[in-house]
Design a protein around this ligand. Structure first.
Ligand SMILES: [Zn+2]
Length: 268
């Protein structure tokens, strides 16, 4: 019913507004940016294969937000990675991030169940890859709630949402913006170019996100050609290409040391 849909849309808007305005953990990108990060949610195998190879050709390393409960399963974004895929990615300098064990939606899960799934994901990772931790967190499905942000703030250096925007000036480490380049979003290279240029001009932190990378991707993935074009666009601006955890560590280090120029932080 149209009326029901309108109510649902309005309530979603209020939830997103509350989540973005409150329980913020602020930091500044001014002394470190511009930075561009590439992230893959749910960790489909294709993101570890062709996705990783494309990024590698531009000197970039990915952050994979993993729900360990999905490992080896067939899903709508293709087959999910195995423990070997995770191990190889970590050995090659990529990062793993937490995406809850059960791929839960914070909008329809109690904070207690959600946090239990976060802890379970960490324990599952320790079992299969001892000594490996999660560098950051990404909210599955609908995104963050104002209730879950403060709890995750104690567990992760930063948490990523969506929003199709950049993080510039004073940013919220509890709910970082990302630009999904999934097919369903309809974003094109012109949009990407504007976003990358805006991010460079404002010395911000732009985080790209997608799922599978395949010639015929799912609605939640993108083609190798498109990922390559996005990575080329980002690398041409001379931005630092860093996984999310490393980028966050640089921001926090710069804040602590009061660094005033990104030249003093270095480039990699
Ligand atoms: Zn997901």
């Amino acid at each position: 019913m149209p009326g029901t849909r309108l109510v649902a849309r309005a309530s979603g808007k209020v939830r997103r507004m509350l989540a973005s305005r409150f329980e913020r953990r602020e930091a500044s990108t001014d002394s470190v940016g511009p930075i561009v990060s590439f992230t893959f949610d749910d960790a489909p195998k294709s993101a570890f294969g062709v996705g990783r190879e494309i990024l590698e050709s531009f000197g970039a390393r990915a952050t994979y937000f993993v729900s360990l409960g999905l490992l080896d399963k067939e899903t709508e974004v293709g087959r999910i990675a195995s423990v070997d895929d995770l191990a190889r990615a970590v050995a090659e300098g990529c990062e793993l991030g937490c995406h809850t064990f059960d791929h839960l939606d914070a909008w329809s899960t109690s904070p207690r169940d959600y946090l239990e799934s976060v802890v379970r994901n960490r324990e599952a990772l320790h079992q299969v890859l001892p000594g490996t931790g999660f560098a950051a967190f990404a909210y599955p499905k609908s995104g963050a709630t104002v209730w879950i942000k403060p709890a995750l703030s104690k567990l992760f250096a930063c948490c990523r949402g969506g929003g199709q925007g950049i993080n510039a000036g004073t940013i919220d480490l509890n709910l970082l913006n990302a630009c999904f380049i999934d097919q369903w979003t309809g974003v094109d290279l012109e949009f990407i170019r504007k976003l990358v240029d805006d991010n460079a001009a404002r010395r911000g932190w732009l985080i790209f996100a997608t799922h599978d990378v395949a010639p015929t991707p799912s609605p939640y993935g993108c083609s190798p050609k498109f990922l390559e074009a996005v990575a080329r666009c980002a690398s041409e601006t001379g931005s630092l290409l860093l996984p999310v955890g490393e980028a966050c560590a640089r921001l926090l280090y710069a804040a602590e040391s009061g660094a005033s120029s990104h030249h003093s932080v270095g480039r990699s």
